[in-house]
Write a protein that binds this ligand. Structure first.
Ligand SMILES: Cc1cc2nc3c(=O)[nH]c(=O)nc-3n(C[C@H](O)[C@H](O)[C@H](O)COP(=O)(O)OP(=O)(O)OC[C@H]3O[C@@H](n4cnc5c(N)ncnc54)[C@H](O)[C@@H]3O)c2cc1C
Length: 569
């Protein structure tokens, strides 16, 4: 009987963060639903207790059902027949278990049948589900698309669709097309309004759509004839019950085999406009993708946790040269590094989730009443932090996850290359985390302005004011010295006033910023739970120092002649 919540005390730690009080207060509107719903919390303590209990149930489902099914699902995979996608049998069982436990639409308001859980708790759940089976997390976490309908849909759409999601129907987000991947403003799927029928029809092709045969689709389509850019795109809701979309094929993928990735053909598919015309990409997809990017950060963390468990167990049991390989320093280093990078990414994932929770709750409240000046300031402050931290969580989290699964396979030696061990699947599953929901390069594009504008440096300086345990002060001082070196190279890049040079150096600047920030967050975690995080704080900050040396050295020594080779490639 495994429980992925109770066996990882790190997860519970994130529920104890001081900002949780504000998050619950805002989310529960001072507990106004306490007499309306039997399961609505009475107070802060009751809310926290409720989160804890529900996460324990999810932990049990992950340990007892989803994880044991993962290997079978990886072998069986989904199938395509008669224009539809069919899940592997293990995937059906997983979905059934979560539906029966009422764990669909977790973050939706109670009036639609949801649990009204904040992002922090939803991400803890996604973290555990990903550890159990990363491919399955894709299907289950797509319930988050309901958030877009909640934010931008009409009241009628909310009542109709969100309730269905809370009852267990699944969703997909249909954005990518053969010629529109990173560059979504090139999307061509055509939306035509029929005056006679009083509705929209969609025609065209979408590809690489996760869970493409879902019940409810959010679709990005070109509603404004003659336009070529993002301003001609709108967001639509397609209901599978209406018909008109067929699954042409399911992609044969390297990993995450449990989730069907579909090519879809829209043939006069009836659809409803969601929100206003022309805001599909500019506003709604951006909001949708920010939420989904955090979900991928959680996926990366969950895979890293699984990699850590596998590496540690193998290194303890495998003997060479007369002793367990964990007793050999180079092997121990790999295992310890996996844990440190895992804890660092978790720290930024949950910090970002807290920011998202506060700014979104205030945004929601602003639809009910005018925010006070203080609240408006608070909303703006956290919205900017959420926006600047999301690409760091997703971009760096997925890259570190890939480093972790690489090391996990290495710890296993030749066995790691064989299908007999879970690490082989983790290695394949991890690869896509740095590709979908915007590649790492696109996360860097989203993050770089916060580096060059000095925003990340100002956040670091704010974090540097945090009090830490006396035994962590030296680590904090080392991080302080890194801020100065980071700012120096940011200036070197900015002073060039050369966009191409900035583009070339951007990844290094963003990595440094993200790692230093994660270092501070780990110190904060190690201060409140030293037994859980002190080791990771030491190991990670030492590693960050070496990364800062590498990147500052690279940027400081780059010469125009080398630059020219990159420019000519
Ligand atoms: C398994 C899987 C599931 C997916 N699920 C979904 C889904 O559910 N819904 C959906 O809509 N899409 C989905 N996608 C699509 C995914 O989001 C895209 O594959 C991804 O955004 C990249 O687009 P692309 O594949 O066209 O690559 P391209 O955009 O062609 O990129 C190729 C390379 O160029 C780089 N590049 C492109 N533009 C820039 C730039 N401006 N600056 C720097 N580098 C750049 C990229 O980083 C990449 O290295 C899925 C993809 C996969 C693999």
């Amino acid at each position: 009987m495994a429980n992925f919540y109770t066996d990882s005390p790190e997860l519970k730690h994130y529920l104890s963060h001081p900002l949780m009080k504000r998050i619950v207060e805002l989310r529960e509107r001072d507990f106004e639903e306490k007499d309306q719903y039997a399961y609505a919390p009475q107070d802060l303590e009751d809310a926290m207790d409720n989160y804890d209990k529900v996460l324990e149930i999810i932990g049990e489902i992950c340990g007892d059902i989803i994880a044991p099914n993962a290997e079978g699902v990886d072998h069986e995979g989904p199938t395509c027949a008669d224009g539809h996608a069919y899940y592997a049998s293990g995937t059906e069982q997983n979905l059934d278990a979560l539906r029966k436990a009422g764990l669909m639409g977790m973050s939706m308001p109670r009036r639609f049948g949801g649990l009204n859980f904040p992002s922090v708790t939803f991400m803890i759940a996604a973290d555990m589900v990903s550890r159990a089976d990363a491919g399955f997390e894709n299907l289950w976490a797509l319930q988050d698309c309901a958030e877009t309908i909640y934010e931008f849909g009409s009241e009628e759409q909310k009542q109709h669709y969100i309730s269905r999601v809370c009852n267990g129907e699944t969703m997909s987000m249909d954005l990518t097309e053969p010629d529109a991947g990173s560059d979504l403003q090139s999307a061509q799927l055509k939306a035509t309004y029929s005056e006679a029928d009083g509705c929209w029809y969609l025609n065209g092709v979408k590809r690489f759509i996760t869970n493409g045969d879902s019940d409810i689709h959010l679709v990005l389509a070109r509603s404004e004839e003659g336009t070529k850019d993002g301003r001609g795109l709108s967001m639509f809701i397609y209901d599978k019950r209406s018909g008109g979309v067929t699954v042409r094929r399911i992609e044969g993928k390297m990993g995450i085999k449990g989730s069907p990735t579909c090519e879809l053909v829209y043939n006069n598919a009836k659809a409803e406009l969601c929100g206003e015309r022309r805001l599909g990409l500019i506003k709604y997809v951006m909001a949708l993708m920010n939420g989904a990017r955090l979900g991928i950060a959680a996926q990366a963390v969950g895979i890293s946790q699984a990699a850590y468990e596998e590496a540690l167990a193998y290194a303890r049991s495998r003997r060479q040269f007369g002793k367990p390989i964990i007793e050999m320093a180079p092997v121990a280093e790999m295992v310890v590094n996996i844990k440190a990078k895992l804890d660092a990414v978790r720290a930024i994932l949950y910090q970002t989730s807290r920011y998202v929770d506060i700014y979104k709750a205030l945004e929601d409240i602003s639809k009910e009443r005018k925010l006070t000046l203080e609240e408006r300031k608070e909303q703006k402050y956290y919205a900017k932090l959420a926006d600047s931290f999301t690409p760091l969580s997703k971009g760096l989290g997925s890259e570190l996850c890939n480093q972790n699964v690489y090391d996990c396979v290495q710890v296993h030696g030749g066995s790691g290359y064989m299908k007999d061990y879970a690490c082989e699947r983790l290695y394949r599953d991890a690869r896509v985390t740095s590709i979908y929901e915007g590649t790492t390069q696109m996360q860097v594009v989203a993050a770089i302005r916060y580096a060059t504008s000095g925003f990340y440096a100002s956040v670091m300086r704010e974090f540097a004011e945090w009090k830490v345990l006396p035994e962590l002060v030296t680590l904090k001082e080392r991080l302080g010295a890194m801020i100065a070196r980071y700012e120096e190279v940011v200036n070197v890049v900015v002073e060039q006033k050369d966009q191409e040079f900035t583009d070339l150096m951007a990844r290094r600047l963003v990595e440094m910023a993200g790692y230093i920030i994660m270092g501070y967050l780990l110190l904060q975690d190690a201060t409140s739970s030293p037994e859980l995080f002190t080791s990771s704080a030491h190991v990670f900050i030492h590693w960050v120092e070496a990364e800062v040396d590498k990147h500052t050295g690279y940027i400081g020594r780059i010469r125009p002649d080398v630059m020219n080779y990159y420019r000519k490639a």
